[in-house]
Write a protein that binds this ligand. Structure first.
Ligand SMILES: NC(=O)c1ccc[n+]([C@@H]2O[C@H](COP(=O)([O-])OP(=O)(O)OC[C@H]3O[C@@H](n4cnc5c(N)ncnc54)[C@H](OP(=O)(O)O)[C@@H]3O)[C@@H](O)[C@H]2O)c1
Length: 305
């Protein structure tokens, strides 16, 4: 059944994400009608910012006042919250229950579906810090939707009301989607952490290292935006400087731990990107790098003892 163009929105979980989304949607003309949260104080704070928003005892009470119920609790609480939802049988077929987790399967909401509601996933690719500035910084980001039919259309309109771009994933695709997204978020931080760790060998402290690398990372992101990933690739792989890659692998191998393995895995991806450049480095240089990389990865690279 199609939803109204401005469905009534309810939330369970008055946290960082919910407060940001609810505030923007309310300003855009979507009635945010009810909130339930673990603590009364969070619910009060949430409701106090939104005209016409009632504080409800639990998810079932939220559902009595809303067409779309967003379960914005921590991921581990989504299943239990969905299980506890009691929908009004006369209205459930015109309602939807949606969660905002990137990794949790949408079918964790099956108890709501069994009562007749549509179910879906709505995952903003944005880090909500609980700051007022979240509400402006989110514009231009993407939100990944997993839903069918009219709910998909309604969630797409809600994405646009945030000033974001809608992305769709097929049912069951969340785990792969979310695993891959780590590389653009927390794993980018893990790469920076490796820089800091290795520079500590040279006596740099973490503050010095971050002051140096964060602007470099920002420049890399800007260049990728303008020139795409292969075009933005810099460093020895992009130039075909095989001897540098070979020496750096050997150095890291001698440092011990898994430093050489990480460098080799990422260099393998860099070689693949370099091959896609408008002017790729000479094949011979890329082959020499690949040979040294594979020796490290298959455990046969020599180590100085
Ligand atoms: N933060 C992000 O950057 C981000 C980005 C994309 C997606 N998400 C997803 O958005 C969802 C919410 O994340 P968040 O970062 O907004 O979390 P959060 O800031 O920790 O907020 C969670 C809220 O849920 C409430 N809560 C906890 N357990 C509850 C329960 N059993 N029943 C009712 N309320 C409960 C908390 O309670 P009280 O405050 O009432 O104690 C809190 O207000 C998660 O699924 C997360 O994966 C988050």
């Amino acid at each position: 059944m199609p939803f109204s163009t401005t469905p009534r929105l309810g939330f369970v979980g008055a946290g960082r994400l919910a407060r940001c989304l609810a505030a923007i949607w309310s300003r855009a003309g979507y009635p945010v009608t009810a909130i339930a949260s673990r603590s009364a104080a969070s619910a009060r704070e949430f409701a106090g910012e939104l005209p016409g928003c009632q504080i409800a005892d639990d998810g079932s009470a939220v559902a009595r006042h809303a067409d779309i119920v967003f379960l914005t609790v921590p991921d581990d609480a989504i299943g239990a919250t969905a299980n506890a939802l009691q929908l009004d049988q006369a209205r459930a077929s015109s309602q939807a229950v949606v969660h905002c987790s990137g990794a949790t399967p949408v079918d964790v909401l099956a108890p709501a579906q069994a009562q007749g509601a549509e179910i879906g996933g709505f995952h903003p690719l944005f880090l909500f810090g609980g700051l007022a500035s979240d509400q402006t910084r989110i514009a231009g980001c993407s939100v990944t939707i997993e839903a069918r039919g009219p709910l998909h259309d309604t969630l797409t309109a809600l994405v646009r009301a945030l000033g974001c771009h809608p992305l769709s994933i097929p049912p069951g695709g969340r785990l792969l989607y979310h695993a891959a997204a780590h590389y653009a978020a927390s794993f980018a931080l893990c790469s920076l952490s490796e820089t800091v760790t290795l520079w500590k060998e040279l006596g740099f402290d973490e503050d010095d290292a971050l002051r140096a690398v964060l602007p470099m990372l920002a420049g890399t992101i800007e260049t990728a935006r303008e020139k795409g990933l292969p075009g933005a690739l810099a460093g020895p792989v992009s130039r075909g400087d095989a001897s540098i890659v070979v020496k750096q692998l050997a150095l890291l191998q001698n440092l011990g731990g898994d430093h050489a393995t990480l460098y080799a895995l990422l260099s393998r991806r860099a070689v693949a990107l370099a091959k896609r450049r408008a002017s790729p480095p000479p094949a011979q240089a890329l082959d020499a790098m690949s040979h040294a990389i594979e020796l490290v990865l298959n455990g046969t690279a020599p180590r100085d003892d």
